[in-house]
Design a protein around this ligand. Structure first.
Ligand SMILES: [Zn+2]
Length: 285
């Protein structure tokens, strides 16, 4: 698969490089996903209340956390890409993150609607109900690796010529802040956040303490990946666990066609798509 990011933008999205068909899909998706609530068999108003609460909750929590991390990281003198030559486009980053939060809320609204209308959902606080601790541990470990594989290959797909228009906006933030961590377009948001809807299925047991820890951990990791600075202690803790780091992911923003891993670096190592792999290859040839 070709992973070369064609025409990586240096300006805001919707530059002439984004074809009309991609703009139409990206701009209509939020309406389609929100409109899907009309298919709820009853309590349609409850669905839209769940959508509103979910949106305010996700956008509020994610943007507040990102703003705090940005406040701290932008004060650091030593930045990975060197001193900024112009201010970070934090308002654009926040707007894109809010839109991504809306897409995530469209998926979260379904389990909330089921919960608020007295229907069973997959989230449980009882480890017995989730199948016992050994099963919960095995399932969650497997889920981490499966989701990481999905995130890596999704990202590789988004760097193909066909799908890059849906990923272009995120690469407008060449030297991002934590506010850009979730600043991705609607199609990419669907590809990233769709698993939220699985919680609506009573058969798909999600043990709440581990589920919320993993979701919270992923959000905090994403802040760090986009904060623009490296914290030596955090780098040393995460790297041996094959978890992604700020130093590793920042290279993806500055070079675009390497370091595709989102949660872990495992698949970059297996597929030799790290910057260090390409440099080694260049030296050999
Ligand atoms: Zn990318």
């Amino acid at each position: 698969m070709s992973s070369t990011a064609p025409d990586v933008p240096t300006t805001r999205k919707h530059s002439p490089g984004s074809p009309l068909w991609a703009k139409v899909i990206d701009r209509s998706l939020p309406f389609v996903l929100a409109g899907a609530g009309l298919l709820a068999p009853d309590h349609i108003g409850t669905f839209y209340l769940a959508l509103l609460v979910g949106f305010l909750g996700i956008a509020g929590a994610v943007l507040t956390g990102a703003a705090l991390v940005t406040l701290l990281s932008e004060r650091q003198a030593r930045r990975i890409q060197g001193p900024r030559t112009k201010p970070a486009p934090m308002l654009s980053e926040s707007k894109d993150t809010a839109l991504a939060a809306f897409i995530a809320a469209c998926f979260l609204a379904w389990p909330l609607w089921r919960l608020w209308t007295g229907r069973p959902i997959g989230l449980t606080w009882s480890v017995e109900d989730a199948g016992g601790f050994p099963l919960v541990l095995i399932q969650n470990t497997l889920a981490i690796f499966v989701l990481d594989a999905w995130l890596y290959w999704k990202h590789r797909l988004l760097h193909t010529k066909l799908l890059f228009p849906f990923h272009r906006a995120h690469h407008a933030y060449r030297d991002p802040t934590a506010l850009a961590g979730f600043a991705v377009g609607p199609v990419e948001s669907v590809m990233t956040f769709w698993p939220l809807v699985l919680v609506a299925l009573p058969e798909a047991k999600h043990y709440a303490p581990i589920y919320f820890t993993l979701v919270g951990g992923f959000i905090m990791l994403n802040y760090y990946l986009h904060c623009g600075v490296r914290i030596e202690l955090v780098e040393r803790l995460l790297s041996p666990l094959l978890l992604n780091t700020s130093a590793f992911h920042n290279i993806h923003h500055s070079h675009a066609d390497v370091n595709f891993g989102e949660a872990m670096t495992l698949w970059d190592r297996l597929c030799r798509t790290r910057l260090s792999d390409s440099r080694r290859g260049q030296r050999k040839s």
